[in-house]
Design a protein around this ligand. Structure first.
Ligand SMILES: Cc1cc2nc3c(=O)[nH]c(=O)nc-3n(C[C@H](O)[C@H](O)[C@H](O)COP(=O)(O)OP(=O)(O)OC[C@H]3O[C@@H](n4cnc5c(N)ncnc54)[C@H](O)[C@@H]3O)c2cc1C
Length: 270
């Protein structure tokens, strides 16, 4: 449980972080909340030569309402999001989901940026950001680019971010009066979801039902055609390929997806 030797660098601005990743490229890893990176390093699944600590970047720790959108700095911690008044008013789904991640310690350290870049298919916020059609803003040597969430999650722990890029912001539409629901089935309260479901208006996304967070498109199409919550939820597992392992069989996960989708739709008022 002791990580391989590495050089630690602490940066105090986005520009300094970008210069550091440009210098070290593939040999470096950014450290945000450390809730995924440090366990991986201790298990020696990750052994970066240089760890660049972006913890001090308070310039990336904000939530702002901008027109019809909410801009969330990548270094905002789950605890920040759960308690944020702007999110509570304009995007209560995100605030709620952030409050359901892990335990208190994880929520006080883990960041939205770290969760999205880590791209664990069992994680909660990636599915929530996918459900609300969020856009991820990255900065790199060629400037800034915006990547829709639907294009960001490419596989388990796989995104289009280059090692020289920093995720700086997440932009989501203000939810208005749209109903929302979140259901997550875990073995213990602090665990990652065996399966989870996010409903945002007429969008439904699934946690841990494949290699990435997924939109339940058959359910969404049925809702658009006027199906009831029960009828639409019966289609929630269509097109999914969940893991079949010791914690849950694929068949059990598909059953959970249907049950949880109906519950989430009902709590969203569908
Ligand atoms: C006990 C425990 C329980 C947990 N339970 C849950 C759970 O129920 N649900 C859930 O969703 N998650 C859970 N997690 C994972 C947690 O959400 C992590 O915090 C999250 O996955 C990573 O965020 P971080 O800020 O800690 O990132 P880090 O661990 O610091 O980094 C993760 C990865 O992202 C990269 N990175 C971080 N920030 C940036 C950035 N701005 N730009 C580019 N790259 C970046 C890092 O280089 C690294 O590769 C749990 C973790 C623990 C330890």
């Amino acid at each position: 449980m002791i990580p391989a030797q590495f050089t630690y660098r602490r940066v105090s601005s986005v520009d300094e972080a970008l210069a550091a990743v440009a210098e070290h490229g593939d040999d470096a890893k950014l450290l945000a909340g450390g809730q995924s990176l440090l366990p991986l390093m201790k298990l020696r699944f990750a052994a970066p030569e240089v760890v660049i600590d972006i913890g001090p970047l308070d310039e990336l720790r904000y939530v702002r309402a901008e027109g019809g959108e909410i801009a969330i700095g990548a270094m905002s911690r789950y605890h920040d999001l759960h308690r944020d008044p702007v999110l509570a008013e304009h995007a209560p789904l995100l605030a709620h989901v952030a409050g359901e991640v892990g335990d208190q310690q994880v929520r006080h350290r883990g960041t939205i940026g770290g969760s999205l870049v880590h791209a664990d298919p069992a994680a909660d916020l990636p599915a929530a950001v996918l459900a609300v059609d969020g856009v991820l803003v990255a900065r790199g040597p060629d400037g800034e680019r915006r990547i829709p969430a639907a294009e960001f999650f490419q596989g388990p722990f796989e995104t289009p971010l280059a090692p020289e890029e920093l995720l700086t912001e997440v932009r989501i539409p203000a939810q208005g009066g749209a109903g929302w629901g979140f259901e997550k089935f875990t073995r213990r309260s602090i665990d990652w979801a065996i399966v989870g479901v996010v409903v945002a208006g007429s969008a439904v996304s699934l946690i841990n039902m494949g290699g990435t967070p997924l939109r339940a498109s058959a359910t969404e199409a049925a809702l658009a055609d006027g199906a009831s919550a029960a009828e639409a939820a019966a289609l929630a597992a269509e097109g999914t390929s969940p893991a079949d392992e010791a914690h849950a069989t694929a068949e059990y996960r598909q059953h959970l997806a249907r049950v949880l989708t109906e519950r989430a739709l009902v709590s969203a008022g569908r």
